[in-house]
Design a protein around this ligand. Structure first.
Ligand code: PEP
Ligand code: MG
Length: 867
């Protein structure tokens, strides 16, 4: 029996899809089946890559299979690979199951050598084209296969252009290019230690191997970590017969989306370059022309392109992002994939495709990347601000950002990690800049179009980007930039507006963005599908109003300590803490009561008709006092000393505080019930009050606190309320059955539960060892951000089972930070919580994530956006 096959031609049936052939391979095979013009070729499977990564050697049968398929290509093309007169040329292109734009490698024009290039020149009657193709091969092969520094080639090309007075590559003649080939070969030989390989099969084998290896390149690893792509997927490799966009003015190459990826508008959106090969557009080295201009220059190919794009979109029922080449007026598609898009575009496309009857409402909701919605809530430049626009570039990724100018990715990472807002300013970005992009607030480039690396990556990350800003020049030695007449130094503040392309000197006031109609439409549909309720964590009437605006259905956590911190109240709070006896403490608390009551009244009114969970005081008292050095009296200094604890997070806080100094919780309960009563009387609508006790670990704690709550509340008869607790200690999860006897509801405090279950300090871990853990793969994700399903999640599951086991009607929610994180929201759906609660700005995201969790349960999932 033959071993597992590792190579499939585009027109062959393969026993797997995207996982086996990669996104690009599957797209090429599907297009071939649809009869769309695609060059012939074959795909080396991800199995082959994984096996190579595992063993360090390519699988033994691989080269024989590759040779067999090259044979097939030769027969079809009537040309031979490595032929000296009219050679068959191929490209090698990576293609993982999940798209990683620009992260891995492509090599074009394989099969050329010193003799074949002359043959190609004669066969095509186009020496310029032949030499241009060969110099590109040497450069790409050198960079990708043998890790020659690309700047050496670029510098040589630049120097030649200067000597010839040429602005564009296309102005170089065949003789110029022949000279360039000789120089490129010298560079290659000097750097690699052997001459440029002349044997075509050797070129191909080494190129395939290099693409496998590029899966492990540092930039690809960083990208995968950022986007949560597993490291063990591997990449497929596509070997494609070359078609040439660099044959002269009836040839060209481009990229195009079936809808505008920034706004979602239904129109062709793309760019092309006349007389060029694909990597010129994607690398952003030459600034291409808008796609509409192709209509005049190549009307027939343009019409064919429009027709093909329509077919592809209705076949895939999603916006497509394609690469194409026109060779002597004939169109070929080289790739199609579901296009990456901004959140704004995603919403518009989903809403319009539903209207067009292409997809259902369920699919529309399932397709939106919940994490990406965040983008829409990004700040914009205050329209009333007086701004000094010094230049305009392409509006490559929306949102505005102000930051200190930084000129390289390493420094951007360093300064960004230190907490500074930095704006990465580059001639163009390359995949090697990815770590800098991650740590910048936005990116500005001098070169490159809307589909350049910087634009694509920034859009995916939801960061503002202005690309192709011609007026910008960068002097890396002097660490300065020049925009027109203006010179700025690294570190100076600069602002970009990725929605309009404006570049503005200095820092500019930003305002929250307006949310459009499509946002409301899709979230409205999401609300129809979700089971989980979504509340907000809000401590002020302003936050409560904002939360309502975003669709919150109540407050899941109102932290009362923030009310204690207000500058007009702090002195009274301090007086309460410093009081030497209960009488003095009660006197101070009596003065706090009316202000707390007023706060609660305002919050109840802002949330009329929806439940409001008020949590009683949680943090240790010393947090309300200044440091010992700043104490203004001996009494204060003594009290600070008394209250000092080595581990305050595990000390006298939460209900421990309320049990020791019951008068504090009594005052708070009194303020709550009085506020509820006042609002009921004023508005005729009694607020839905939930009183929550923090940090309970023992049933006895809550039993006593419930007694306190009921005793005080009974002083204001007629006010209805629920009394419950946070579940934020492992012991509370284990004893959730006993605790439930005194609770009407539980709210998981997963911030503290993560801290206590993992033994990771919430205050320190992220700045210390956790970074090391994440960078070295000990942990895949930050557990304070994405719920640790296996550990913390299991504790939650136990608490749900035990709590509901004794009290089926127990209301369950979550109010830790995880309540606004899509994967964690999905988990909350799975274990049957009633609601999630998160910061107001994340409410829309939680609504969507909750709907997606319900849809996933019903079998509706998003199609992966990839290629
Ligand atoms: C929690 O611990 O998850 C919580 C919501 O409470 P806090 O963050 O206020 O401790
Ligand atoms: Mg807590």
């Amino acid at each position: 029996m033959r071993a597992v096959r590792l190579v499939y031609a585009f027109d062959e049936e393969a026993p797997g899809g995207r996982d086996l052939l990669g996104g690009k391979g599957v797209g090429l095979a599907e297009m071939t089946a649809l009869g769309i013009p695609v060059p012939a070729g074959f795909t080396v499977t991800t199995d082959a890559c994984r096996e190579t990564m595992r063993s360090g050697e390519v699988p033994p049968s691989l080269w024989a299979e590759v040779d067999e398929h090259v044979e097939g290509l030769q027969e079809r093309a009537g040309k031979r690979f490595g032929d000296h007169d009219d050679p068959l040329l191929v490209s090698v292109r990576s293609g993982a199951a999940i798209s990683m734009p620009g992260m891995m490698d492509t090599i074009l024009n394989l099969g050329l050598n010193d003799v074949a290039v002359e043959g190609l020149a004669t066969a095509t009657g186009n020496p310029r084209f032949a030499f241009d193709s060969y110099r590109r091969l040497i450069q790409m092969y050198g960079e990708v296969v043998d890790e020659v520094d690309g700047h050496l080639f670029e510098g040589e090309l630049q120097g030649l252009k200067e000597r010839r007075g040429a602005r564009q590559d296309v102005e170089l003649t065949a003789d110029d290019l022949r000279e360039l080939i000789a120089r490129f070969q010298e560079i290659y030989e000097r750097e690699v230690g052997s001459p440029f390989p002349q044997d075509a099969p050797e070129q191909l084998r080494r190129a395939i191997r290099a693409v496998f290896d590029s899966w492990e390149a540092p930039r690809a690893r960083v990208y995968r970590r950022t986007y949560d792509i597993p490291d063990d997927l591997g990449t497929a490799v596509n070997v494609v017969q070359m078609v040439f966009g660099n044959k002269g003015d009836t040839s060209g190459t481009g990229v195009c989306f079936t809808r505008d990826p920034s706004t979602g508008e239904r129109c062709l959106f793309g760019e092309f370059l006349l007389n060029a090969q694909g990597e010129d557009v994607v690398a952003g080295i030459r600034t291409p022309q808008p796609i509409e201009q192709m209509r005049e220059i190549m009307p027939e190919a343009y019409a064919q392109l429009v027709d093909t794009l329509e077919r592809l979109e209705s076949h895939y029922r999603d916006m497509q992002d394609i690469e194409f080449t026109v060779e002597d007026g004939v169109l070929y598609l080289l790739q199609t994939r579901t296009g990456k898009r901004t959140a704004q575009a995603a919403l518009r496309i989903a809403a319009e495709m539903t209207e067009e009857g292409l997809i259902s409402r369920e699919e529309a909701v399932a397709r939106i990347d919940a994490g990406q919605l965040d983008q829409l809530l990004h700040p914009m430049i205050d329209p009333s601000a007086d701004v000094e626009v010094v230049a305009t570039g392409l509006n490559a990724s929306p949102g505005a950002a102000s930051g200190a100018i930084v000129l390289d990715a390493d420094l951007a990472e360093e300064r960004g990690r230190a907490g500074d807002d930095v704006l990465l300013v580059r001639w163009e970005t390359t995949p090697d800049d990815i770590h800098g992009l991650i740590h910048s607030v936005g990116v500005l480039t001098a070169h490159g179009g809307m589909t350049s690396h910087a634009a694509v990556v920034a859009r995916g990350m939801g960061k503002p980007c202005v690309a192709g800003c011609d007026a910008l020049a960068i002097d890396l030695d002097a660490r300065t930039i020049r925009i027109g007449e203006l010179e700025l130094r690294e570190g100076d503040p600069l602002t970009i507006d990725g929605g309009t392309g404006r570049v503005i000197v200095g820092a500019v006031p930003l305002v929250p963005p307006a949310i459009d109609e499509n946002f409301g439409t899709i979230l409205g549909w999401a609300d129809d599908f979700r089971r989980l309720r979504v509340r907000a964590n809000a401590d002020t009437p302003t936050d409560a109003a904002k939360a309502r605006e975003f669709g919150a259905e109540g407050i899941g956590l109102c932290r009362t300590e923030h009310m204690f911190m207000a500058p007009d109240r702090l002195p009274v709070v301090q007086e309460m803490i410093l009081a030497s006896d209960e009488k003095a403490r009660r006197a101070a608390l009596d003065r706090l009561l009316p202000v707390q009551q007023k706060d609660f009244e305002e919050i109840f009114e802002a949330m009329a008709g929806f439940p409001v969970t008020i949590r009683l005081l949680d943090p240790p008292l010393h947090e309300f006092l200044p440091s010992a050095e700043e104490a203004t009296s001996d009494a204060m200094r003594r009290r600070i000393e008394q209250l000092r604890e080595a581990n305050p997070m595990l000390g006298t806080r939460g209900c421990r505080l309320g049990l020791q100094w019951p008068e504090i919780y009594e005052m708070q309960v009194r303020a709550i019930v009085r506020a509820a009563r006042a609002v009921a009387e004023r508005t005729g609508e009694p607020p839905l009050v939930e009183i929550m006790h923090p940090l309970v670990g023992f049933a006895e704690e809550l039993r006593r606190l419930r007694e306190l709550t009921e005793r005080v509340a009974s002083e204001e008869p007629g006010v209805e309320y629920l009394c419950g607790t946070m579940i934020e200690l492992p012991r509370a999860c284990m004893r959730a059955d006993e605790i439930a006897e005194s609770a009407d509801f539980y709210s998981f405090g997963t911030n503290d539960l993560t801290q206590t279950a993992l033994g990771f300090s919430r205050d320190d871990a992220e700045g210390k060892f956790l970074t090391y853990y994440l960078e070295h793969g000990i942990l895949g994700r930050n557990p304070f951000e994405v719920l640790d399903r296996e550990g913390v999640g299991d504790l939650m599951r136990i608490a749900v089972e035990r709590g509901r086991g004794v009290k089926p009607e127990l209301k369950l929610g979550i109010c830790g930070e995880h309540g606004g994180e899509p994967r964690s929201v999905a988990f909350c759906h799975e274990i049957g919580l009633d609601y999630v609660s998160c910061s107001p700005y994340r409410v829309p995201l939680a609504r969507l994530a909750a709907a997606q969790a319900a849809l996933a349960e019903a079998g509706v999932t998003a199609v992966a956006i990839g290629g």
